[in-house]
Design a protein around this ligand. Structure first.
Ligand code: ADE
Ligand code: ZN
Length: 336
């Protein structure tokens, strides 16, 4: 079964590229860019990855990102991720980046996006992984700052499929960004938002009704509100769920208590993703395996999760059909 899961063709739709910064690369970039780190060794960095909640993670995640300064750094980060997930049979990726984490340190928007985009293009040509890029606004910063970031992105609009919302959720509800998201939609961007990770179901309602999102990132607390579950099901709004992240950040005390299976069996389009794999102990396959082991997911449920990852992707119907056909061929040949 483990082999079957590892080889399942899949897409990853919830992945922060800054969250793929492995300690080894952090040290290499710190040396290359003469950035001082407060950690003495790679082991010390890993030992610091014990989180009580989302904020305790974000503090260390923003700190780590300080080693990223030049276009080549963003290229190397993105390329390392693509090489890893190619080995995990990922066929399509939709990557988040947080421009404000870098522009607020004086790194130009253009430096960030050129490095990421060049690696994604190489990933398509050399590794056969298709891609989309989603720009996230940091919700702990102001709505005006989000609009200014949107304006910086306009010259690169062809490289960005949509905008999202991440960082500290509680106290920064989706409604704070209603104008920024309306402007983004008017400029032709699709919208997604982190909601219902630590925040209440009310934030998911706001993301749907006020930000007009096409997908909800996390959304696991939707299970607390049966009317919301029905809305997500009726409108076929996908949830990009990140099992290891939710346990690492104490949204659930154990994987056995995760709502993924319940959400899936309620008829929602649930997908499995890694969020910030360098920090949470695994890439997408480890998330599939951890959820499978703790929740006893059947092959049929695992197939559904992989299929959902293609159906929920921001791809045209033809591309989705090709990917689903590949999945079906795999499942048939592997004696489903
Ligand atoms: N930024 C990176 N990972 C995040 C998460 N899980 N929630 C909110 N913001 C994030
Ligand atoms: Zn996330």
């Amino acid at each position: 079964m483990e082999h079957w899961i590892r080889h399942l063709p899949k897409a990853e739709l919830h992945l922060h590229i800054e969250g793929t910064l492995e300690p080894e690369l952090m040290f290499e970039l710190a040396k290359r860019n003469a950035v001082a780190l407060r950690f003495g060794s790679i082991e010390e960095v890993r030992a610091a990855y014990q989180f009580a909640d989302l904020q305790s993670f974000l503090d260390i995640y923003y700190e780590g990102a300080q080693v990223l300064l030049h276009e080549q750094d963003f290229y190397d980060l993105t390329w390392a991720y693509l090489e890893r997930v190619q080995a995990q049979h990922v066929r399509h990726v939709e990557i988040f980046f947080d421009p404000q984490t870098h522009t607020d340190r004086g790194v130009p928007f253009e430096t960030v996006i050129r490095g990421i985009h060049r690696a994604l293009d190489d990933g398509e040509r050399k590794l056969g992984i298709s891609h989309q890029l989603i720009m996230c606004f940091l919700r702990h910063l102001s709505a005006e700052a989000a609009i200014a970031t949107l304006e910086q992105a306009l010259p690169f609009r062809d490289w960005i499929i949509g905008v999202g919302l991440d960082s500290s959720e509680v106290g920064h509800p989706p409604e704070k960004f209603v104008t920024a998201f309306a402007r983004a939609r008017a400029e032709g961007f699709l919208t997604v938002a982190h909601a219902g990770e630590e925040g209440p179901p009310e934030y998911v309602w706001q993301a749907l009704d006020q930000l007009k999102v096409k997908r909800i990132d996390h959304g696991v607390r939707s299970i607390e509100d049966s009317a919301l579950v029905e809305r997500l099901r009726a409108d076929a709004i996908p949830l990009t769920v990140c099992p290891l992240s939710n346990v690492k950040l104490c949204v659930y005390d154990t994987m056995e208590h995760h709502s993924l299976k319940e959400l899936l069996n309620a008829g929602l389009c649930v997908t499995v993703n890694s969020d910030d794999p360098a920090y949470f102990g695994g890439y997408v396959n480890e998330n599939f395996l951890a959820a499978h082991q703790a929740l006893g997911l059947s092959k049929r449920e695992l197939y559904r999760l992989a299929r959902n990852s293609f159906e929920a992707a921001f791809l045209d119907d033809g591309s989705k059909e090709t990917l689903i056909a590949e999945l079906d061929t795999y499942v048939k040949s592997a004696a489903f």
